[in-house]
Design a binder for this molecule. Structure first.
Ligand SMILES: [Ca+2]
Length: 312
């Protein structure tokens, strides 16, 4: 379109110069101006159309990705004990899968995160504050939340976490994001939950990462006696197993392995960044942003300590 307009412009200019057909120079000049304007308009339209095409292509890619990640994959009759086994079997797409941990009486639906090396069974996600995590013992026992959307918020359930972590040594990875777009992570080896009779008591091993070691409180040895979550029992607003004379879960608005009370409260109330409240009840990871900053998103996931994707 542009080339043909330019060609016409050139021909008219030649005719004007040679004065073969246009007797009046003004008419000739007018025609050149008109064509120049038309050419500019066409260029603007062309550029706008290109931008629109690019936006549509981006949107299409996003939709495809979101659809894939919220897909529920049917693995047939074969049973898998976790997402690591599914990954090793060749399924490398993140999404929902059915697994059956050895001790579990039934199959359970889990979100498998096949990024960051793959094979992660996700057991907690906070992403937008749509879901309240201020829930009772039974909800935390069985699990709750959105197990259909790619970015839904949920808790997989303490029974399921117990089943999963008693069949192997598992590594816990916690991914954190703040409202300024920064990302940090914390990794703990040998993450394990005891059973309900023992109040889902928490155990974990060595820390690595760049978010700070909130779970053990090693960032500040003097606070460990009241802030460490090592060996703590799980508490909810209706089941107080903490070491505090009042009820941490009630005051801090979520179920967790409270001490007196915490330096990590990832099931806390969804504020947006800095907050003020009676207690430090936000989504807190103390060594990174302190007690008075509530994080934007959290993902907690596990994978066997020894994970070699090629070892099928
Ligand atoms: Ca108490």
């Amino acid at each position: 379109m542009r080339t043909s307009t330019m060609s016409v412009l050139f021909i008219i200019w030649m005719l004007c110069t040679l004065d073969l057909s246009y007797s009046a120079p003004d008419e000739c000049q007018d025609e050149i101006e008109r064509l120049r304007t038309e050419m500019k308009n066409l260029e603007v339209r062309h550029s706008k159309q290109n931008q629109l095409i690019q936006r549509l292509m981006n949107l299409n890619q996003m939709n495809e990705r979101s659809l894939k990640e919220s897909s529920i994959y049917d693995m047939g009759d074969k049973q898998y004990m976790d997402c690591a086994q599914i990954f090793k079997n060749g399924s490398m797409q993140s999404g929902f899968y059915m697994i059956k941990p050895l001790l579990s009486p039934t199959q359970i639906r889990v979100y498998c995160d096949m990024t960051e090396g793959g094979g992660w069974t996700v057991f907690q996600r906070r992403s937008d504050g749509n879901l309240s995590f201020d829930r009772d013992w039974n909800d935390y026992k069985t699990g709750f939340g959105d197990m259909k959307s790619a970015n839904g918020e949920f808790w997989l359930g303490n029974d399921n976490l117990h089943y999963l972590t008693s069949q192997d040594d598992y590594t816990l990875r916690i991914n954190l994001e703040d409202f300024e777009g920064s990302h940090r992570f914390a990794v703990y080896r040998k993450f394990k939950l005891d059973n309900e009779q023992n109040h889902y008591q928490l155990q974990f091993g060595v820390y690595t990462g760049n978010a700070g070691d909130a779970l053990s409180g090693s960032y500040h040895p003097e606070v460990q006696w009241w802030a460490s979550h090592q060996g703590m029992k799980f508490s909810t607003r209706d089941r107080d197993n903490d070491r505090y004379d009042r009820n941490c879960a009630q005051e801090d608005k979520g179920g967790w392995w409270f001490n007196r009370c915490h330096s990590a409260n990832l099931n806390g109330f969804y504020y947006r960044g800095p907050y003020s409240a009676v207690t430090d009840d936000g989504i807190v990871w103390y060594p990174w942003h302190g007690w008075w900053y509530s994080l934007k998103s959290v993902q907690m996931k596990i994978r066997p300590d020894i994970f070699e994707p090629n070892d099928v």
